[in-house]
Every structure is written in C-alpha cells, then in structure tokens.
Design a protein around this ligand. Structure first.
Ligand code: SF4
Length: 105
C-alpha cells in the first residue's frame, strides 16, 4: 500500500461510514477481487450489496474523482467505470467536433 493509499483511508469522507461494505456483515475481500481469484463470484456478491447501499451515488462519484483502478465501488468494477468514462469522453469529443464544424460553416 502506498502513502497515498494510506492518506486516502485516513481522510475518508464521512459518507463512507454508511457504506454497507464496511458494516462487518460482508467479506471485504469481495470488493477487492484479484483476477483468477474467484473474480466473477466476488464481484457479483459485492455488486449485489452495492445495489442496496444508501451511499451508492456518493461512492460512485468518489470512485471517479479518485480515479480508483481496482475496487468495486458504487456498484461498478474499475473496468466498468473506465468503459463508461471512455464512452463519455468519446461522446464529449464528438459533440465538440460537431459544434466546431457548425461554428465554422
Ligand atoms: S456502494 Fe458499494 S462499495 Fe460503495 S460504500 Fe456502498 S457497498 Fe461499499
């Protein structure tokens, strides 16, 4: 664990205390699955809990702000978040290009 990771843990936002993944009822490892380590089953279990978590929106926003590349956060894996982010970036670039074309005409 890096110093940055440690600081993130120390400086955890208040809403994290309401996250279901930290209430002791679930295996925290499910949120940090390693490839090949029963990955799909762990992700599915984590996402099932995230879906009923009262802070899912804040958690997902935080995951994007922190650019987390590992954990299941806000109900999404890092790969799923990355795909959505890339899709939004692509769309934004298309809109910008479209706008620039219409301004230049
Ligand atoms: S949304 Fe999922 S990862 Fe985030 S706090 Fe809730 S249970 Fe934990």
């Amino acid at each position: 664990m890096s110093v940055t990771d440690t600081l993130k843990i120390i400086a955890s936002p208040d809403w994290m205390a309401d996250g279901l993944c930290g209430n002791g009822d679930y295996d925290p490892d499910d949120w940090y699955p390693e490839p090949g380590d029963d990955y799909g089953t762990k992700v599915e279990r984590a996402q099932r809990v995230c879906r009923i978590c009262p802070v899912i929106a804040k958690c997902l926003r935080w995951a994007y702000e922190e650019d987390d590349t590992w954990a299941v956060l806000g109900g999404m894996t890092a790969k799923q978040r990355s795909r959505v982010k890339n899709r939004i970036t692509r769309k934004r670039n298309e809109w910008k290009a479209q706008r620039n074309r219409s301004v230049c005409v």
